[in-house]
Ligand binder design. Sequence first.
Ligand code: TRP
Ligand code: ZN
Length: 849
Amino acid sequence: MKDSAPQTIRLADYTPPAYLVDTVSLIFRLDPNATRVTSRIAFRPNPDAVTRDFFLHGEELDLKWARIDGMPAEPVISEKGLTCAVPDAPFVWEAEVEIAPARNTALEGLYMSNGMYCTQCEAEGFRKITYYPDRPDVMGIFTVRIESDLPVLLSNGNATDQGNGWAEWHDPWPKPAYLFALVAGELVAHADRFTTLEGRDVALNIWVRPGDLDKCAFGMRALKSSMAWDEATYGRAYDLDVFNIVAVDDFNMGAMENKGLNIFNSSCVLANPETSTDADFERIEAIIAHEYFHNWTGNRITCRDWFQLCLKEGLTVFRDQSFTGDLRGHAVKRIDDAQLLRARQFREDAGPLAHPVRPASFVEINNFYTVTVYEKGAELVGMLKRLVGAEGYDAALALYFDRHDGQAVTIEDWLACFADATGRDLTQFARWYEQAGTPVVTATESHADGTFALTLRQETPPTPGQPDKAPVHIPVAVGLLAPDGTEVLPTRVLELTEAEQTFTFPDLPERPIASLLRDFSAPVILRHDQSPAERALLLANDTDPFNRWQAGRALARAALLDRLQHGADPDPAFLDGLKATLTNDTLDPAFRARVLTLPSEEELTEAVAAAGRTPDPMQIHETRADLRDIVGAHLHDALAETFAAMQIAAPYDPGAEQAGMRTLGNLALSYLTHLEGPSRARSQFEAARDMTQQLGALSSLLDIRDGGAELARFRDRWQDDRLVMNKWFSLQIARATPAEAAPLAAKLAQDPAFDWKNPNRFRSVFGALAGHPAGFHAPGGAAYDLLVDWLIRLDPVNPQTAARMVTAFETWARYDADRQAAMRHALERLRARPDLSRDSAEMVSRILG
Ligand code: TRP
Ligand code: ZN
């Protein structure tokens, strides 16, 4: 059934719920095609309500009966839910519905994956389980009884009782429905325990299918580190007797923070050295931390409405970033986060899907789980911390936890904690939450009579629905270096609040070299003209590691853009700076690898577009490849030495130290393979003891159109491992030539192992294609048509995952007329589908404008 006109929901229209929930008790009689859900909900009128209209959300439910205070009720049912006459006093609602989890392919609500039952309720999936006020400002205490023959029956909170074919759970913490979870299956647990700082002995379990038990140890370690870190850093302890994690193969996103019962995409929790890369380990550690940290930032304190999503997501991302930085090093983590932000969030902010960190309206909330809400949202927390200092931040967070525990709150509540705890006026800062677009900060310098003057101008470009922008409050961390490379002014945070401001630094007889936006202190585009010599000096000497990397980045970008436009050879300052970095053993290998990696094709495309020119994806691809070979030739001996020096004899460890060495080793291997041919990569593939080495070698081989035999052997070896097979699919597409990428994706989509209903597998082919700029935009538009053909197929089955992949087209306006026409045509074809989901329809119409 389709709703006629998709409705726009607005923040400005928020009204408090008419009725609040005290307690909920649910009984599930599980059956693949006819699960019965009985609910008993204690409601009471909300004293703060503006109406007495009783409404329960409910979609695709077959209501068997309903009672109010034991008497038959007569609800009026619509596609969205039901209304009913109810007492203007506390009452008990009871109802029974029937649902069919086996037919639920959207993976929202109660569904099945490999014979196991599981749920996904955020944001609005609970309404597909039973009638309920499915909004985060309604919080209830849940008791759940599950009846099923399956051996493991889980829900939120603590296990209270169980018998043959049933189990009961009680969650003492009031929670919104989006945090509800249920799992039932033939599962086994990797178990451990943790004692909290309050002395609570907590049982920890990671539940998996029996064959996956050898992939749980790392996740368990990450969980325990996260629990200890949140205690030590934020003073937050866990609050139940058990913490369960379940790995599920069919899952739309990464993982979900359901109270006491986190559910994970299996790719985000299962790992061992044979099957997982260092990058997988780091990502898994961060996601486990993220979901665990939500227990306080999201669950104990939740969002009043979905417009406040960044309240939990931006803060929780900021917390997981800090955690990873503490465990693995802040400099490299900051570089990686800044790169992600620039590659994905700046792109979103510059295109038709741009929206504020706190959007003002939406059609489908699932479309707003974006890099802007998550990653830019985290940057806003980081800027607040920089503005009020570490102590001010701690005081603000302590106040936030104290004042709002158990509540569903807003960004205003959050900012008030900072203002109240530190006395700072944050009214201008609040604009960051309302205003979309990436501010451009232009820096100009002058030096006279021993005074250095730095002028900063800010401008935020127009975005859809927001033609005029006001200045935002930008912390700009600055340091100054003398021409000999010594630091003459340690980091100081300038506050740019006007459209233009000049900051002066006296007592500097020599003109200094400015290191601006240290540690990437704000999510802005910095325009700052510096000579190659100045940049080389910063690359060699800056005390701020982020800006050291940034200086190398600026050199690399300039080298690529010069070559692209004028066929110029790279400046020797760039090549020498890279060599000095590569051979500097005092620098962390992970950091050296970041400096030695050339900007991606995506980053260059954006740089070309930002300069007002039309990017040619093929030319960008070739130019980057040329420069890679020039750099490789210039650094050849150093690369060979580095490759040898990065070999590890010790047993595999997924920690930062070894991972950094393998990253640099694989990078050197990739340069060397282009220069010398396949032999080193082939030997590494043969000798590889872990997936990082195996995949690094295979990737280098495929890059030089070799590795066919290795690819086949890789498949033979890993055909029964779903997660490794995802890599088999995606790597070949990522390494294909531009002309081969789309035909290869089309071919792989016919492979018997291509289970397109599994989101991970779908993304392993089509996400890889969309992530290969030259392949996706290869002349002729075959990739556009292929992707749309498959989105047309996926949309009715899984609208959430289909809609997310429509973002592949968000950059259409950057390109030349032929590509624009081809992309628009492909999108029109999708738009014309008679039953297109609300999810995809919203994305297509926003992208086409
Ligand atoms: N709240 C989850 C997180 O950030 C993400 C999430 C939102 C999600 N909606 C989802 C996960 C739907 C899976 C499916 O941690
Ligand atoms: Zn989250």
